[in-house]
Design a protein around this ligand. Structure first.
Ligand SMILES: Cc1cc2nc3c(=O)[nH]c(=O)nc-3n(C[C@H](O)[C@H](O)[C@H](O)COP(=O)(O)OP(=O)(O)OC[C@H]3O[C@@H](n4cnc5c(N)ncnc54)[C@H](O)[C@@H]3O)c2cc1C
Length: 417
């Protein structure tokens, strides 16, 4: 039976980083990846541009994570955004900061990150074996002993579980690691799709498919109570709503839907203007455009595609003369522009289209310095398998790289002893 010092299960960003570090620490290292090539998900991150991290200071970044994200504090002070940027720079992949502190490879091509990472791990001495799915972990006397795959069994002293979450399963991340961790005695927090597009009732969103709205406020109402509001960008799709603001709000929505509550999303199309200021502007426009049709007034306020929807939802005909608009019609338009443009949410797109998985291996059972299990000697965790998830902005990949870095270093060194 082949024997390795360290075996990494899963060749995503966390697994590749862990494997390279373990090998550099002197361990005979095997990386097992069930797909035909590693890092399939990494290739499609950031719309194929790969938002690897964010320039926000550590304390700000931690606020972008769920509560368990605090587990990363110590680790981020050892390996954070600058260390990650320097790492890729040293591999010949310089990075650039863009809007919102998001960091991308300067080439804006995720392939550069993926290829550099695989090349680096192999050069460090890692044996990368693809097309091999890990089915079982063998533990002896509460210690890691071997992994069983569909291609045979491999003996080892250290196993790093880096199988990712359950989101976008077509990339290989089908959640296998949760069952393996549970069998090893670990607590798994319940799993939910997060950063996920929302499905709306009715045909309005579908009729606006492809339209993006920038600089808007979006509010979530749960059982008619406003719960959360965010400013940013939204996209209409054939099934409902997507885009950065919707993904960020999806956490509270998924939870409320699971609890059987009514969820509505309201769009404030003019967040920079108060009701009063917007009303004054409408009055001015009405006076200036008096003889024209109502649609001319809307042209100054809305993207073209939204005009028929506005007319339909407010019940004000587009060919009405502006001079004939009543005060109550003006108020109706005002209310619609501010937050009367609403969508009832009937569901979400699930793990198939979620960016990440919320839930996972309880961090209380893991040593935050080494990523080693407190329950099983020689068993380590890295990446999205942990009960850690963050907003968009590069935070999830930073967490995967940082935890992989620590797990690889620790497992690589421990296997010496
Ligand atoms: C469309 C999309 C865009 C994203 N964009 C960004 C972004 O720009 N910035 C950001 O920070 N985050 C982004 N994310 C999130 C980010 O990609 C993940 O958080 C990150 O990839 C997690 O890394 P990981 O190594 O833990 O797991 P994964 O990347 O999921 O890798 C796990 C690997 O393990 C393998 N595996 C699973 N089970 C087994 C098994 N039994 N045996 C062997 N191998 C196995 C899988 O095939 C996979 O290759 C995005 C996600 C998606 C879906």
């Amino acid at each position: 039976m082949a024997t390795f010092d360290v075996i990494i299960v899963g060749g995503g960003p966390a697994g590749l980083m862990a494997a390279g570090q373990a090998s550099l620490a002197g361990a005979n290292t095997l990386l097992l990846e069930k797909m035909d090539s590693p890092a399939r998900k990494l290739l499609i991150t950031g719309k194929h541009r790969c938002n690897i991290t964010n320039t926000a200071p550590i304390e700000e970044t931690l606020k972008e994570f769920n509560r368990d994200g605090r587990f990363l504090t110590q680790l981020f002070y050892r390996f954070y955004n600058q260390e990650l940027r320097d790492f890729f720079e040293s591999l010949g992949v310089p990075t650039v900061e863009q809007r919102g502190g998001r960091v991308f490879p300067t080439s804006e091509d995720a392939r550069d990150i993926v290829q550099a990472l695989i090349k680096w791990a192999k050069a460090a001495g890692v044996t990368v074996q693809t097309g091999t799915a890990v089915k079982e972990l063998v533990l002896r006397d509460n210690r890691a002993a071997a992994v069983v795959t569909d291609k045979g069994t491999y003996r080892t002293r250290s196993i790093i579980l880096a199988t990712g979450g359950k989101a976008f399963p077509g990339t290989g991340s089908t959640g296998d690691g949760y069952a393996l961790a549970r069998l090893a005695g670990h607590k798994i927090h319940s799993l939910h799709p997060a950063l996920v597009p929302l499905v709306t009732t009715g045909n309005v969103a579908r009729s606006l498919q492809g339209l993006g709205l920038k600089n808007i406020n979006v509010s979530v109402f749960i059982n008619n109570k406003k719960i959360k509001q965010l400013f940013g960008e939204l996209m209409f799709t054939h099934f409902g709503l997507s885009g950065p603001v919707i993904l960020s709000l999806s956490g509270v929505v998924v939870k409320a839907l699971d609890e059987g509550k009514d969820v509505e999303v309201a769009i404030d199309l003019k967040p920079a203007l108060s009701h009063q200021v917007l009303d004054a502007r409408l009055l001015r426009d009405i006076q200036a455009l008096g003889r024209k049709q109502y649609s001319s007034l809307l042209e100054g306020l809305l993207p073209k595609k939204l005009i028929p929807v506005c007319c339909q939802l407010t019940g004000i005909p587009r060919d009405k003369k502006i001079s004939q608009l009543s005060g109550s019609e003006r108020h109706k338009l005002l209310a619609w522009l501010k937050d009367g443009f609403r969508f009832a949410i009937s569901g979400h797109k699930g793990f198939d289209q979620a960016i990440i998985t919320a839930g996972g291996v309880d961090t209380k059972e893991i040593d935050p310095a080494t990523m080693e299990s407190k329950l099983v000697k020689g068993l380590y965790f890295a990446g999205e398998i942990l009960n850690i998830d963050a907003n968009t902005g590069g935070f999830n990949l930073q967490a995967a790289f940082s935890t992989g870095w620590a797990a690889g270093k620790a497992a690589g060194t421990a296997s010496d002893i």
